[in-house]
Design a protein around this ligand. Structure first.
Ligand code: SF4
Ligand code: SF4
Length: 374
């Protein structure tokens, strides 16, 4: 199983779509769900208690998460020293990577770093000079022996040109990423939904941009047998090629869980403090007993593409912060993505028959903190 460990809820950035929108939502009723506002900002439990809990799982993955997890870099190092795991993954904004000692850098299997595209786009969302500082740190940790998978994790906001930004991250000459994943800035807050603005952007800019990106991706496959590791594309195409039936692809609530800073367990870190979804705690629970405990309900459970989509996001499913209409508008983008990939599936199969690519080229390490469905 996979365990997010939220080392802190603090962050050293004030990104427009996270900190900025959280201020807009201040005082919102959270759709009547009960929230524990007393969850501490720092880990308040003993790491040996966490070790006792995780050791009951025969093959754990540990994913460090925050806030910004590296604000508590000593805790990250202490956990790696004391809790054996099959994989260590970190999701970070990258600004403090230079604080992580080489010994620990080498232990990381996957590093997801938040960048929203090129320097202009990233700095507009995340703050002045953030892009440059992160790239310098990434070069540094590569020099310190990082050999795992480095994934650029984009947040795509209204106004972004998805194809341009993804391709820039994959091909720019200064520091090109091998893997990119993106997540829509949608359904996370209550007061940022504007039907006209989101609807117009998703119809006119986002979905056509995704279709262009798929065309570029497939042309590379056909021309050079090169499968760009664009997560939403490789993972969905793998499912289509293998007829794989998916549950929620991030794993939250069924094989992936979050240990919040007070030792209570929730399905995912974004659901920290959501009392209705507490699943136990590190002292009294056995990881094997909480698996398969929470699943997405309607409309996902009735959806014709659920076996491909998986339900996108448990948090969005249970909160529906944009109401039914907003939820449906996001689903339209998911269905368009899946349908666009279905339309090119025969071209991938042709490339496979010609020996240019094989099905394994679309495979990936499951539950590596990529949600897969944007
Ligand atoms: S497309 Fe929408 S309704 Fe269907 S499974 Fe995905 S998130 Fe749920
Ligand atoms: S996709 Fe949703 S449920 Fe899954 S980890 Fe992200 S916020 Fe949590």
């Amino acid at each position: 199983m996979n365990f997010y460990i939220t080392t802190t809820t603090k962050c050293n950035l004030e990104c427009s779509y996270c900190y900025g929108k959280s201020c807009l939502d201040f005082g919102s009723d959270f759709k009547g769900l009960k929230i524990d506002y007393s969850v501490p900002t720092r880990m308040s439990y003993d790491i040996h208690d966490l070790a006792r809990f995780i050791r009951k799982d025969p093959s754990p993955t540990i994913i460090f998460y925050g806030g910004e997890p590296l604000i508590e870099v000593e805790k990250v190092e202490e956990i790696i020293d004391n809790i054996p795991a099959e994989r260590y993954i970190i999701q970070t904004n990258g600004l403090l990577l230079d604080k992580l000692k080489p010994k620990y850098v080498k232990r990381l299997n996957t590093l997801l770093v938040s960048l929203d595209g090129d320097e202009t786009v990233t700095d507009r969302n995340r703050g002045e000079n953030v892009y440059r500082r992160v790239i310098e740190n990434l070069k540094l940790i590569e020099g310190r022996g990082f050999k795992g998978e480095l994934i650029a994790r984009m947040t795509v906001t209204v106004g972004s040109e998805i194809d341009k930004q993804v391709m820039w991250l994959l091909t720019n000459r200064d520091f090109a990423f091998k893997s990119v994943h993106w997540q829509l800035d949608a359904l996370f807050w209550q007061n940022d939904f504007d039907k006209e603005i989101f609807g117009d952007w998703s119809e006119r800019v986002y979905m056509p941009g995704v279709r262009r990106l798929i065309e570029t991706w497939i042309e590379r496959i056909e021309a050079a047998g090169e499968v760009l590791r664009i997560y939403p594309l490789i993972a969905i195409m793998y499912s289509l090629l293998t007829d794989e039936k998916c549950k929620l692809r991030c794993g939250s609530g069924w094989n992936t869980f979050n240990i919040q800073t007070d030792g209570n367990i929730t399905p995912c870190p974004v659901m920290s403090g959501m009392l209705d979804f507490y699943l136990g705690n590190i002292w009294d629970s056995n990881p094997l007993d909480i698996s398969d405990s929470t699943f997405v309900g309607e409309p996902c459970s009735e959806c014709e593409v659920q076996h491909v989509c998986g339900g996108r996001c448990l948090f969005a499913n249970v909160t529906k912060l944009w109401g039914d209409e907003g939820f449906r508008m996001v689903c339209e983008t998911v269905m368009d993505l899946i349908n666009s990939l279905r339309k090119v599936e025969w071209r991938v199969r042709s490339a496979m028959r010609e020996g240019k690519v094989e099905v394994g080229d679309f495979n990936y390490g499951r539950f590596n903190s990529c949600e897969i469905i944007p």
